[in-house]
Design a protein around this ligand. Structure first.
Ligand code: ADP
Ligand code: MG
Length: 386
C-alpha cells in the first residue's frame, strides 16, 4: 500500500511469536505494511513510539500485535488501554485484538458512549486484560470505580489527531493522570499538528518517531528532526526528500568543502539544481550563488560550516544538516536561520551511526530530545539511535 520501500521484511523477521504469525496468516496478510514493519520491532522492545502514517496504512495492527505478544502468558490483569476517538474505531481495535489474541484467551472490553453503562460495567468488573475506549465514557467508568489502572503497562493514543480535533484533550489528560508513569506509550496519528506534538511531549518518554510516506503533511510540522541514515545513503535520502514540493528553498550544510562539491555533483546528476558555497569559491562565485538562491533560481544551496556565518537568507524553507554539526552551538545557530519557518518545521539532520554521539551532545545542550524520523529503506535500525 506504500511505494516508498523496495523490500519489506517479512512478518517472520519482526520478532513476533509463532502464534501471532499464524493469526496474521489467517487474517490473510502476506506482508507487513511499512508502518508495521517499522513500528512492530520497536514496540516489541518496549519503546515509546510516535507512529505517523496516513489512514488505511495498517496502524491498528502495528500496535495490537506487539501488545498481544506482550500480554501472552503474563498475569491476567488490566494491562493495556487503548484510547480511540470514536465508537467505530473502538470496535475495530477490539476486533483486531480478538483476531490476533484468539489463542491467548485475552479478555477485551470495548467502552464507548451512547449505550447503557450496565453491560460495560459488568464486563469490566468480571476482569479484563485490554480496554479499548473512547475517552468520555471511560471517565464515567473511572468515576464509578469500575476499573483501576494499577497494573497498566501499555497506553495507546490511537488516531491522536482526531481525538484532539474532537476536543478530547481534557479527558485524555484526566485519564493519563490515573495511569502509572512507568509504562509504554504509543501514539498513532495520521498527521502531526503542534497539538499532537505537545501531547507526545507530555506523555511519551524518549519516543522514536516512525513515519511512513515521505510526502505526508505530518513531517512538515516537525520543527526539527533527526533522520538515522547510513553515511552512504545520505545523498539518496536527500534527493528523495527534495522531491517534496514544499522544499522550495533548501540550505544544506556539509562538514567539508569536498563534501559540498561532491554533493552538488550528485544532486545535479539526479536532476536537482544546486550550488556550493565555501571558502574555496571566489567572492564573486559566492555572491552569485547567494543571489541565485535569494531570487529562487537556485533551489538548493550547499554550504560548509565556514559559510554559515554571514549567511542571512530570509525565506529559507528548510535547513538540512547533511553532516551532524561538530559543535552544538552551530546546530542552534543554523536552526535559527529558518527564522519563522522553524515554527512550522523543517530543520533536518542526517545522522549516520558514527554521529549518534554528536547528536546526543546536541540534545544535552538543547535540553530536549530531537524526534527521530525513520524513512523505510534509508534508515539503519532506529533502536541504535536512541
Ligand atoms: P489505519 O489505522 O492506519 O487507518 P487500519 O489499521 O484500520 O489503518 O488498517 C486499514 C486496513 O488495512 C484494514 O482493513 C486492515 O485489515 C488492512 N491491513 C492492515 N494490515 C495489513 C497487511 N499487513 N496486509 C494487508 N492488509 C492489511
Ligand atoms: Mg487507525
Amino acid at each position: 500500500m506504500q511505494t516508498t520501500i523496495e523490500t519489506l521484511p517479512a512478518f517472520e523477521l519482526l520478532g513476533l511469536a509463532p502464534e501471532l504469525i499464524d493469526a496474521i496468516r489467517d487474517a490473510g496478510y502476506r506482508e507487513p505494511t511499512p508502518i508495521q514493519a517499522q513500528a512492530i520491532p520497536l514496540a516489541l522492545k518496549g519503546r515509546d513510539l510516535i507512529g505517523l502514517a496516513q489512514t488505511g496504512t495498517g496502524k491498528t495492527a502495528a500496535f495490537t500485535l506487539p501488545i498481544v505478544q506482550r500480554l501472552l502468558g503474563g498475569p491476567r490483569r488490566l494491562r493495556a488501554l487503548i484510547l480511540t476517538p470514536t465508537r467505530e474505531l473502538a470496535a475495530q481495535v477490539r476486533e483486531s485484538f480478538e483476531k490476533y489474541g484468539r489463542h491467548s484467551g485475552l479478555r477485551v472490553a470495548e467502552i464507548f458512549g451512547g449505550v447503557a453503562l450496565g453491560p460495560q460495567e459488568t464486563a469490566l468488573r468480571r476482569g479484563v486484560d485490554v480496554v479499548v475506549a473512547t475517552p468520555g465514557r471511560l471517565i464515567d467508568h473511572l468515576e464509578r470505580q469500575n476499573l483501576v489502572f494499577d497494573d497498566l503497562e501499555v497506553l495507546v493514543l490511537d488516531e491522536a489527531d482526531r481525538m484532539l480535533d474532537m476536543g478530547f484533550a481534557p479527558q485524555i489528560n484526566q485519564i493519563v493522570r490515573e495511569v502509572p508513569p512507568y509504562r509504554q506509550t504509543l501514539l498513532f496519528s495520521a498527521t502531526m499538528p503542534p497539538e499532537v506534538e505537545a501531547l507526545a511531549r507530555k506523555y511519551l518518554r524518549k519516543p522514536l518517531v516512525v513515519q511512513v510516506g515521505l510526502r505526508t503533511q505530518a513531517v512538515d510540522t516537525v520543527a526539527h528532526a533527526v533522520y538515522p541514515v547510513p553515511r552512504e545513503r545520505k545523498s539518496a535520502l536527500l534527493a528523495e526528500l527534495l522531491k517534496r514540493p514544499e522544499m522550495d528553498s533548501v540550505l544544506v550544510f556539509t562538514r567539508t568543502k569536498h563534501g559540498a562539491d561532491r554533493l552538488v555533483r550528485h544532486l545535479e546528476r539526479a536532476g536537482i539544481e544546486a550550488s556550493a558555497m565555501h571558502a574555496d569559491k571566489t567572492q564573486s562565485q559566492r555572491m552569485q550563488a547567494l543571489e541565485g538562491f535569494r531570487e529562487g533560481k537556485i533551489r538548493v544551496l550547499v554550504a560548509t560550516d565556514i559559510a554559515q556565518r554571514g549567511l542571512d537568507i530570509a525565506g529559507i524553507s528548510h535547513v538540512i544538516n547533511y553532516d551532524v554539526p561538530q559543535r552544538p552551538e552551530d546546530y542552534v545557530h543554523r536552526i535559527g536561520r529558518t527564522g519563522r519557518a522553524a515554527a512550522t518545521g523543517d530543520a533536518f539532520t542526517f545522522m549516520s551511526p558514527d554521529e549518534i554521539g554528536m547528536v546526543r551532545t546536541i540534545e544535552r545542550v538543547l535540553g530536549t530530545p530531537i524526534p527521530r524520523i525513520s524513512v523505510p529503506g534509508y534508515d539503519f535500525g532506529t533502536v541504535a539511535a536512541d
